[in-house]
Design a protein around this ligand. Structure first.
Ligand code: HEM
Length: 184
């Protein structure tokens, strides 16, 4: 997570403070324990989870290829090892989870970190909010499909992923609003 924080730490503004105070954390203490206990197992299946998730995601939104412009294969023959930029995203995602899972008791830190990542997605990667929603759903489905977890634990993962995606979108909306202020 260091990379994006390094780039934007001096831009953490009061709006992020306000949001992190206002935002309800939708995960109970019991769910935090379930998430932390299962991460090691889920992490070992992370490539399979993301592989199937990205496959579905690309079928729904083939134009995402333009965002990951180094993609070198046709959609029909798509595999993760042939798509270095997607694989890089899988690692970025995994690192974010490493940091979030370790920090689940530090709500403010998680919220500001993910909002900053969201801002970057708009300003540096040109990602739109719709793609975030569908990726989050595909990852949650990938977890249900590839990892054997108790239902309560699966629900905790879905809640966490939805929460992170919502924060990412808040960051993207803030970045859009900042651009509008700049151009006025
Ligand atoms: C829940 C949704 C998502 C999460 C949690 C997430 C997470 C991340 C993280 C942690 C990074 C690294 C940021 C850094 O450089 O410090 C990243 C980078 C990136 N993301 Fe996402 N992302 C999400 C959705 C998306 C979507 C929907 C797209 C494209 C349509 C996308 C495209 C990219 C690209 C192109 C990069 C730069 C290359 C890379 O580091 O992989 N991301 N993302």
């Amino acid at each position: 997570m260091g990379s994006c924080l390094d780039r934007t730490s001096n831009k953490i503004t009061t709006e992020v403070e306000i949001i992190s105070h206002r935002t309800e954390f939708p995960i109970t203490k019991k769910e935090i324990a379930l998430l932390q206990d299962s991460w090691c197992h889920l992490r070992s299946k992370w490539n399979a989870v993301c592989g199937s998730a990205f496959e579905k995601w690309l079928i729904i939104h083939p134009e995402i290829i333009d965002v990951f412009h180094n993609l070198s294969t046709e959609l029909e023959t798509y595999t993760m090892k042939d798509a270095p930029t997607l694989l890089k995203h899988v690692r970025s995602f995994e690192k974010l989870f490493d940091s979030v899972l370790f920090n689940l008791n530090n709500r403010r830190d998680i919220i500001s970190t993910v909002i900053i990542v969201g801002k970057l997605h708009h300003t540096s990667f040109g990602v739109t909010q719709l793609y975030v929603t569908s990726l989050a759903k595909s990852i949650a489905l990938g977890i249900c499909t590839h990892v054997k977890l108790e239902i309560e634990c699966q629900n905790a993962w879905t809640s966490l992923i939805t929460f992170l995606a919502d924060l990412l979108k808040i960051g993207m909306r803030l970045a859009i609003a900042e651009e509008k202020v700049d151009t006025n």
